[in-house]
Design a protein around this ligand. Structure first.
Ligand code: PLP
Length: 411
């Protein structure tokens, strides 16, 4: 049976790791809700005992995402080919952290998703006694200074949220593995999806997704994924997924697999529209600065070119920009847009807009926000797949409203 891992990614998102259901030939996997499976004789069964441990619908999703991220673990070695689905992105992260022992040293990118930061600092520091260093991984010398022979995990997020810094995965994985070959390098790939970036190819040991975002893509399922290409890590993750039990349910697995089938076409539109809008904003005199991987002005544009796929645009649908005049014009912009919905989250088919300093990153102390560059003028866009001309008209109306506010402030 072909596993389709030789195909291009636009074909893989339809076929990788999928087979017709053996009894009926159903092309899409049924939603297997049964919690338990009949056994012929004690311990004699078809590979399925209890649904937390084994679920065919979840396996179908897990095999697909594992193959998209480039895992080569065969299905006869591991039923889900090194992919593991969880109830949320943070449940996936919490399970990954169980790979390391109490008291371990861990280095994390300084600018990570707020909930990931909270899990490390407010939970695992207390319950797992983790010794955590937050480091700007775009600066190699800072990583070299922080790495220790016993550093157990390097937690990378790239591009980061919301300042879209890009970490050179190959470089940081190489440095970490030089100092400690056993250091687990984990990359949160949520902002890219495997269509735009495949961290295993660059030397990461594990990829994590909040599948709530681009992977499912329809803003209707919360979920998380871990993928590894190493059989020994897959074996440990399989044990932990079952032992901890924060698994993705069969309905959510089905919906996420359904969402994945259109990943390539969705991402192409997200990327193309975001690149156009980023250029449009960069050309506006009402905007101080635009941060977008596909723009030459991005501080790590050269890393973007080597590490990410442009895929019809600029490598992601996420744009960050700083509007002139600070908070009041920013608010006017956010209140005026009508296609972009003012809301947290990202990566769905609908365009969203948010103000990190007041919304998603309000829990980050103001001093730390200043260090990370999250100021009151910063606006984050998640560009959806609507007609881009409509989105640009929406942005232009909001810029006019912001400009009127700036004029009123000056006058
Ligand atoms: C949303 C998000 C998470 C957390 O995932 P949930 O599915 O909300 O638990 C982690 N990392 C990044 C980059 C995210 O955007």
């Amino acid at each position: 049976m072909s596993d389709h891992s030789n195909l291009r990614i636009a074909s893989q998102v339809i076929h990788a790791g999928q087979h017709a259901e053996p009894v009926t030939g159903a092309v899409m996997p049924p939603i297997f809700t049964s919690t338990t499976y009949a056994q012929e004789s004690p311990g004699v069964h078809k590979g399925f005992e209890y649904s937390r441990s084994h679920n065919p619908t979840r396996y179908a999703l897990e095999r697909m995402i594992a193959k998209l991220e480039g895992s080569t673990i065969a299905e006869d070695t591991d039923p889900s080919c090194g992919g593991f689905a969880f109830a949320s992105g943070l449940a996936a992260m919490a399970t990954a952290l169980e790979l390391i022992d109490a008291g371990s040293h861990i280095i994390s990118m300084d600018d990570i998703y707020g909930g990931s930061n909270r899990l490390l600092q407010k939970v695992r520091q207390r319950t797992q006694n983790l010794d955590i260093d937050f480091v700007d991984l775009t600066d190699e010398s800072k990583l070299r200074a922080a790495m220790r022979p016993d550093t157990a995990m390097l937690w990378v997020e790239t591009p980061t949220n919301p300042t879209l810094k890009i970490v050179d995965i190959a470089r940081v994985a190489q440095i970490a593995h030089e100092v400690n070959p056993k250091c687990l390098v984990v990359v949160d790939n949520t902002f890219c999806s495997p269509v735009n970036q495949r961290p295993l190819q660059h030397g990461a040991d594990i990829v994590m997704h909040s599948s709530t975002k681009y992977v499912n893509g329809h803003s209707d399922v919360v979920g998380g994924i871990l993928i590894t290409g190493k059989p020994e890590i897959a074996e440990r993750l399989r044990f932990l997924q079952n032992a901890i039990g924060s698994v993705m349910g069969p309905f959510d697995s089905y919906l996420t697999l359904r969402g994945l089938k259109t990943l390539d076409v969705r991402i192409r539109r997200h990327n193309a529209s975001a690149l156009r809008i980023a250029k449009h904003l960069e050309a506006s005199e009402l905007v101080d600065r635009v941060v977008y991987p596909g723009l030459e002005s991005h501080p790590q544009h050269s890393v973007y070119k080597k590490q990410m796929e442009a895929t019809g645009g600029g490598g992601t649908g996420m744009i960050t920009f700083f509007i002139k005049g600070g908070l009041e014009p920013a608010k006017a912009f956010l209140e005026t847009v009508s296609i972009f919905t003012l809301a947290e989250s990202l990566g769905g088919i609908e365009s969203l807009i948010e103000h990190p300093a007041i919304m998603t990153h309000a829990s980050v102390p103001p001093e730390q926000r200043a260090v990370l560059g999250i100021d009151d003028a910063l606006i984050r866009l998640s560009v959806g797949i609507e007609d881009c001309d409509d989105l640009i008209a929406d942005v232009d109306r909001a810029l006019e409203a912001a400009s009127a506010k700036m004029g009123a402030m000056a006058g």
